[in-house]
Design a protein. Structure first.
Length: 298
């Protein structure tokens, strides 16, 4: 028979928005490395270490025991959802804290990527007319100085966009980045496209796609070219709070976009160059992580 406390948690779980429960279920699947429907001590230890966390002796066993309802030394999906429901009533600790961190960094990485992707789409649409006589890739022709000047403007605004976005989501300070955020971005590669566009040839090739769209009137259909993305909802267990967060995020996104344009123009007028500090450091951090993985270093 279900205890009163567990019955209360089950009732509360049924009130959790479906999109939140879907995130829990995805997180459970990510932790269930053996794909056998439960999370055991070995799997949780592996996940924690992948998040650069070093559990103490007996710590993981205690986390599993605190959540395990049927005493099989493992956590099934029902246990997992109950744990996350109870964690939503206060500050998550132990196992639930690790899950919250895992979910949050995936969400934040996607939100940051969306901001950057939308900046690229907006910038290219605003400046595509300057590139209408851009030669084909195989055609040897001298590039105009104006094209490079616009590319420099792109790099300046890209740098400011990255700075603002990372600070907004609390995953960067000066030249350092949240370790879990780096791990999420590294595993998903979702920021690679944006960062590659700070190289002139990659930027020119992207602009060619927008020139073709402008000439033909056809929408971008190349799957390799990310275009404007709807801003995802900031996850929250309360629907009303989540809706208000979405409204605030949209307003902030519009303000940030205009602020970046004005700040970049002001810096140009006073001769103060916008150095690609954040984008360069982020590229370097990701390259180093991938190099370590390739050569087998922790």
């Amino acid at each position: 028979m279900m205890s009163a406390r567990r019955a209360s948690a089950a009732a509360a779980r049924d009130q959790v928005p479906p999109e939140i429960r879907m995130k829990w279920q995805q997180a459970f699947a990510d932790f269930d490395l053996k794909q056998n429907g439960v999370i055991d001590v070995e799997e949780l230890t592996t996940v924690m270490r992948s998040l650069k966390m070093n559990p103490l002796a007996g710590e993981v066993e205690a986390m599993i025991a605190a959540v395990d309802h049927d005493g099989d030394n493992a956590v099934n999906l029902d246990d997992f959802e109950m744990m996350m429901t109870c964690a939503g009533r206060g500050s998550p600790t132990g196992f639930s804290h690790i899950v919250e961190r895992h979910i949050k960094m995936g969400d934040v990485a996607m939100l940051v990527t969306n901001e950057c992707t939308n900046f690229v789409d907006r910038f290219c649409r605003e400046h595509v007319m300057e590139y209408m006589d851009l030669p084909d890739p195989d055609e040897k022709a001298e590039h105009k100085f104006a094209w490079f000047d616009t590319y420099k403007k792109f790099c300046e605004e890209a740098e400011l966009t990255m700075q603002n976005t990372l600070v907004l989501w609390g995953v960067a300070a000066q030249k350092s980045f949240d370790d879990d955020f780096l791990e999420s971005v590294n595993q998903s590669n979702i920021l690679d496209d944006f960062l590659s566009l700070t190289e002139y040839e990659k930027f020119i090739n992207r602009m060619r796609s927008y020139v073709e769209m402008q000439r033909t009137g056809a929408p971008l259909v190349d799957d390799t070219v990310p275009v404007h993305l709807p801003r995802p909802m900031t996850p929250h267990t309360r629907a009303k709070t989540q809706q208000r967060l979405s409204e605030l995020d949209s307003e902030l996104a519009a303000l940030d976009s205009r602020r970046v344009q004005l700040l970049a123009e002001r810096r140009r007028l006073i001769g103060c160059e916008v150095a690609p500090i954040t984008t360069s450091c982020l590229k370097h951090e990701l390259e180093m992580r991938r190099w370590h993985e390739d050569v087998g270093l922790d």
